[in-house]
Write a new protein. Structure first.
Length: 286
């Protein structure tokens, strides 16, 4: 089963929930694979503390134009078909903007003169390791790289399959999130009881409703705000999987890279409740 942990905004405690949930499942004997899809700012390793192997560079293909074969301005099929504007006509040749290329290969297929070959662009690194019995996979986007989805796909591709596969997603509702959750069996949305939390939760709900993926919500830092999130969930008939109370003790523990489920009374029971709710809801969605 693939479970994506997501949030409409950063700072809701999404990674805190993801790592504690993974550690809880491991503690009850479930085989867990953890994939940190937040490649722009991965931080799950601070909590699960895996022993990682060597980093592997990841690439995507980019076009290389053979000017001797290129027909020139009378053709320009590659330029016309590129949706991402990574090819332009410049004076007397095709100019490639590799940073804009999505590596789809359409320009190569479209070229009637076989003038386009394949180069490659480094997009970042991936790494794999173990945190106790938990398989742990993560990636780190190259500084200056504009697009994270290709690296997210690479991270997910090398992640070992287990009984439960947890994806710690990037925050937001844009392409990196869609790439992270697209094959998930169930999505957990983590929010906080604040006006900003509710606003961005609604955006995430709209995304998942559009994608028709089953989901439920966890309210983190419950008690620090108001009850507008609970009212919203009740009005929309969205499952509330559980609530994690706000406390100075919890803040101190996760600020130091500690796990809450084993340190604060009641948290383990709450994660057990969350897991039970996910099982019931995901079975009903099949």
């Amino acid at each position: 089963m693939r479970i994506a942990i997501a949030s409409g905004k950063g700072g809701t405690g999404k990674t805190t929930v993801a790592v504690n949930f993974a550690a809880y499942l491991d503690s009850i004997g479930t085989k867990v694979s953890f994939t940190d899809c937040d490649v722009e700012e991965p931080n799950a390793h601070f909590f699960l503390k895996p022993e990682l192997g060597p980093e592997k560079e990841e690439f995507i293909p980019v076009p290389v134009v053979d000017e001797d074969k290129c027909i020139g301005e009378s053709c320009r099929k590659c330029i016309q078909l590129c949706r991402f504007k990574s090819l332009i006509w410049m004076v007397d040749s095709v100019m490639v903007f590799a940073e804009l290329c999505h590596g789809c290969g359409l320009c190569d297929l479209a070229c009637p003169a076989d003038a386009i070959g394949e180069g490659r662009r480094t997009i970042g690194t991936t790494s794999f390791g173990k945190s106790g019995n938990i398989d742990f996979t993560s990636g780190l986007l190259r500084i200056g790289e504009a697009m994270s989805p290709p690296l997210i796909k690479a991270v997910k591709k090398i992640s070992p399959k287990a009984e439960i596969n947890i994806y710690d997603c990037p925050p937001g509702t844009s392409c990196p999130v869609v790439t992270s959750i697209e094959d998930a069996d169930f999505v957990v949305l983590v929010t906080e009881p604040t006006p900003f939390g509710l606003h961005d939760l609604d955006l995430a709900v709209q995304l998942l409703d559009t994608l028709k993926q089953p989901y439920g919500v966890i309210i983190n830092r419950s008690g620090m705000g108001d009850d507008r999130v609970e009212k919203y969930l009740a009005e929309k008939e969205i499952p509330l999987l559980g609530t994690l109370p706000h406390s100075r003790e919890a803040a101190a523990i996760y600020s130091g890279g500690g796990l809450l489920y084993e340190a604060i009374p009641g948290f383990k029971d709450e994660f057990a409740k969350i897991w039970s709710s996910i099982q019931i809801l995901s079975n009903g969605a099949r």
